[in-house]
Ligand binder design. Structure first.
Ligand code: ADP
Length: 661
């Protein structure tokens, strides 16, 4: 009965429907993360932009306020000079002011004639000061401009020979509307940015100054990276001059953190996707393994069901059937897995578990001992079975009893037929032997019969003559009776020889059988001029044999020997029967002085129907071999050293008792 196939542990992942939900969830998770990241990013950007605006305004205010203060100071100096203050005190004020405000590189006075004047700081070489100042053309243009308008103004921004950016403030001094000269104040745009912008702002942004056309005059030179999209530009409003202050945000930790966060999120998503994919792969592999298991189970069951032999596995102790194939179910209809094997096997004789108990299936250490074979009969149905029983380790690890059972009823019937045939053959062979000896036997019976007739005739003659003595008559009749007995013995011997009966193994003396057979064949031997000699050993063991078969065996061998000596000179026609002990066996040798056995016929000698004789049947030696093998012995031949051949056979001893000849 087939086992139910193992159920697959997971659905086959062939369709994406099974995987849609997990992968869709993963997709939604990724979308949610991206959306929240985008919202955070937008929110942070807004904050950054607001901060940027505020900080730029703050910086612009700080710069403007200071520059305004510088302008006012320059205007005050111009006013003081206009009011006729002594230049020395003005210069002193200017020097002090310049020393306190390093972005003011120099302050100078140029009289209306454009030639005379002074500059501070006094410690600086006038040539070095001139290098930092606007070009003479620009200064001249400014002089005319301020003279014409009477108002303070700035020069175009310019660069010195070292490419440093500057701007100059020019404030006119007038007395009664007449121009007296100009106070100039040179501002370093680098110092304006580096000193006037509050540190809090300078740390967060890279600042630069642009002219009215948007050309960059100065830019803070740092290695730090910036977000170019976070830039704000504001105007620094100076009299007659416009400069722009531009601030670009440095990359910040918060943005870095966010980028990191995004990276981590994406990493997690990747890991999730990867684990989902590997899970899917594992499930696919599992499903593959499951279907391979199902296929292998099906193969296993198909093969077992196709077997002619029944196969059953039962528990060692409870004897519950754990598995059986279809053939087993055919032998025991209506029984399958779960049945009790101990009940089923009571139909057999002997009961298999009694013949091969668990103690035989397992050795002392509890390990399986191998296959045990036995043949059992189902008496009720008249069937024979061959059983092979062994212990095996079952799928759950325990030791179980595996039984293979095959119907051998046909084989048994064939064996039986062959046994009966064999017996018939032996009988036929015996009849043939007797047939062949018929004339000899007739002669043998005829002799006592003639003797009886003679004795009777003599007795009758004496009675008729009336001269008879009682003793003579009694003697004649006694002799006649003895001859009748002799004839009767011959007939009895032949009848005994031909009596058909079941073969019986019994203790048999080999020497006795040899003597009997020699006796039986004696006349036949004499007819052929052959002398039979018995050389019987003193300690020949008794054998377990069927006496009649043993007689037949010896008879066949002796007859063959006699026939082989047909052409041997009469004086040499001797056939010897030796008996001896060979270890725990009895060995019998029949030696003749005949023509011997040619090497080319030797291999065929025991084949059925092989003969070299004109009227031979070719069954004699074949029957001999069957008989010897039936008795667990061995039959062979060898050359007789003095010419002729020797046929040997051995038979296992029955007992150790020795027999005297
Ligand atoms: P059959 O006697 O009817 O020929 P056997 O089977 O008894 O059949 O013998 C087969 C053959 O073996 C004989 O024909 C003979 O050639 C050979 N053979 C048997 N016994 C002897 C022997 N003692 N010496 C020589 N040849 C023998």
């Amino acid at each position: 009965m087939p086992l139910p196939p193992p159920r697959p542990s997971a659905r086959l992942p062939g369709s994406w429907r099974v995987w849609f939900v997990p992968f869709a969830s993963l997709g939604m998770f990724v979308a949610a993360i991206l959306a929240s990241l985008w919202f955070v990013h937008r929110h942070e950007s807004e904050i950054q932009i607001t901060n940027l605006r505020r900080d730029t305004q703050y910086a612009e205010l700080a710069i403007s306020r200071k520059i305004l203060a510088h302008q006012e100071f320059a205007d005050r100096l111009a006013g003081a000079l206009s009011a006729g203050q002594k230049p020395a005190s003005v210069i002193e004020q200017a020097e002090l002011y310049q020393a306190q405000n390093p972005e003011v590189r120099n302050i100078g006075w140029t009289a209306a004639d454009g030639m005379t004047g002074w500059t501070v700081p006094a410690w600086k070489d006038p040539l070095a000061i001139a290098r930092e100042r606007a070009s003479p053309e620009e200064r001249e243009r400014m002089r005319r401009l301020t003279a014409a308008t009477g108002r303070s103004s700035y020069t175009e921004p310019y660069r010195d020979y070292q490419d440093e950016p500057y701007i100059e403030y020019h404030s006119p001094a007038t007395i009664d509307g007449r121009p007296q000269g100009i106070i100039s104040m040179t501002l370093s745009l680098r110092a304006v940015i580096e000193r006037l912008v509050p540190i809090a702002v300078a740390e967060k942004y890279r600042l630069s100054l642009l002219d009215a056309e948007g050309r960059e005059l100065f830019r803070q030179d740092t290695e730090r990276e910036t977000y170019d999209w976070l830039t704000q530009t504001v105007s620094l409003t100076l009299p007659w001059r416009n400069l722009d202050l531009s601030a670009t945000s440095y990359k910040t930790d918060s943005l870095l953190g966010r980028t990191l966060l995004t990276g981590v999120m994406l990493l997690i998503t990747g890991v999730l996707a990867w684990s989902l994919m590997s899970l899917r792969r594992r499930v696919a592999l599992q499903a593959q393994a499951d279907s391979a298991l199902v296929a292998s189970h099906e193969r296993f069951v198909t093969v077992l069901d196709a077997l002619d032999a029944g196969v059953a596995v039962s528990d060692m102790d409870s004897r519950e059937l754990l598995f059986c194939n279809e053939s087993f179910s055919r032998i025991f209809p209506g029984h399958g897995i779960g049945s009790n094997a101990a009940v089923l096997e009571t139909a057999f004789s002997p009961v298999p578990s009694h013949a091969v108990p668990s103690s035989v299936l397992l050795d002392a250490a509890g390990a399986p001992t191998g296959v045990h074979r036995l043949e059992v009969r189902d008496e009720a149905r008249g069937l024979w079975y061959a059983l092979r029983v062994r212990a095996v380790r079952w799928v759950d690890g325990r030791l179980v009893r595996l039984t293979m059972i095959s119907d051998i009823t046909d084989r048994k019937a064939t064996e039986e037929r062959s046994r009966v045939q064999q017996e018939k053959l032996v009988l036929t062979s015996r009849l043939m032997s007797v047939g062949e000896m018929a004339s000899t036997l007739a002669h043998e019976i005829n002799q006592p019969l003639s003797a009886i007739a003679n004795y009777n005739m003599g007795a009758v003659r004496r009675l008729k003559s009336d001269h008879w003595k009682k003793e003579d008559l009694v003697m004649a009749l006694e002799k006649s009776a003895a001859q009748a007995e002799r004839a009767g013995r011959v007939v009895h011997r032949v009848r005994e020889f031909l009596r058909r009966r079941e073969p019986i193994r019994e203790p048999v003396s080999v020497n006795e059988v040899a003597a009997e057979v020699a006796d039986l064949i004696e006349l036949e031997a004499e007819k052929h001029g052959v002398q039979i000699r018995l050389d019987l050993g003193a300690e020949v063991p008794t054998v377990s044999a069927d006496r009649i078969m043993l007689e037949q065996l010896l008879l066949n061998l002796i007859k063959n020997g006699i026939e082989a000596m047909r052409r041997t000179p009469k004086a040499e026609r001797v056939l010897t029967v030796h008996t001896a002990r060979a270890g725990d066996q009895a060995e019998i040798r029949v030696a003749d002085r005949g023509h011997g056995i040619a090497p080319e016929v030797a291999p065929e000698l025991f084949s059925p129907f092989f003969t070299t004789k004109e009227n031979g049947m070719g069954m004699g030696l074949n029957i001999c071999r069957s008989i010897v093998e039936m008795h667990d012995g061995r039959l062979w031949f060898s050359a007789n050293p003095g010419g002729g051949s020797v046929f040997h056979f051995t038979l296992p001893a029955f007992a150790e008792a020795a027999i005297t000849p």
